[in-house]
Design a protein around this ligand. Structure first.
Ligand code: GLP
Length: 244
């Protein structure tokens, strides 16, 4: 099943995505949520926190697994994805800290960390729902365009375009890490449900190529066409490259 929710704007996209995640938590309180970073899901997390504050949501039995993390960035660096997740979600809800998982970007042995993380996601029984953003070049997590779909959690060299896109968050381009640990495309595809969010005109080409073009590792998100349960929540601008 591939379902598209076309929303008017970012706020509506965020509310719709939060609704879908809420439904998952309500139906299965001890679910495994696959979480994402980037600017796109921030509104979704904000909405979830609001509903938690109102007493409509309970995260006490939830486990989370994040997609990715920069290599060589400490937890207390405000650009680490660990920091991002605490700042935008974990610090504001009743999730058990020991049930939250982000790859460790400061590990001594990154290869061993990848193997540990892959094992962890498998042991948890994989994600009930995986939230994804999409990079301008069609990347998911940090699976960058390449010659083949990398299956398991691995180390990536970030592409020029990703470094360029992410430099806005750092003091200068030189400060953007060059490598990251990311779940592989295979790890992501194990999720029972995929929820992908996209907003803004600069995502229009990526959304069109991912869902309406050929399945190719040069557009990593296009692999999602092979997944049995994908929901795309995107605003009009992000869907502007696609016919109704
Ligand atoms: C980052 C993250 C991705 C995210 C993407 C888009 O590099 N690793 O998980 O989907 O970029 O980010 P944004 O939502 O800020 O455009």
């Amino acid at each position: 099943m591939f379902r598209v929710y076309r929303t008017k704007n970012y706020e509506e996209m965020s509310r719709q995505a939060a609704n879908i995640i809420s439904a998952q938590i309500i139906l299965k309180p001890d679910c495994v949520l696959g979480l994402a970073t980037g600017s796109t899901p921030i509104g979704t997390y904000k909405q979830l926190v609001e509903w938690y504050d109102k007493g409509d949501l309970d995260f006490k039995e939830v486990t989370t697994v994040n997609l990715d993390e920069y290599l060589g960035i400490a937890h207390d660096n405000d650009q680490s994805y660990y920091y991002f997740m605490h700042e935008n979600l974990f610090n504001h809800i009743n999730v058990d800290e020991s049930h939250t998982n982000v790859p460790n970007g400061m590990c001594a042995d990154p290869e061993a960390e990848c193997a540990r993380y892959e094992r962890l996601v498998r042991t948890l029984g994989y994600q009930d729902i995986q939230l994804l953003g999409i990079g301008r070049n069609g990347h998911i997590g940090f699976n960058e365009p390449c010659d083949s779909f990398p299956a398991a959690t691995h180390i990536v060299n970030l592409t020029k375009s990703t470094i360029e896109a992410n430099k806005r968050f750092f003091a200068s381009e030189a400060d953007v890490p060059r490598q990251a640990i990311t779940m592989g495309v295979g790890t992501i595809m194990q999720a029972r449900q995929i929820l992908i969010v996209a907003s803004g005109k600069d995502k229009a080409d990526a959304v069109r190529d991912a869902f309406y073009g050929p399945i190719t590792p040069t557009v990593p998100a296009s692999v999602l066409q092979l997944h049995p349960n994908v929901t795309l929540v995107a605003d009009e601008a992000a869907l502007s490259g696609v016919q109704d």
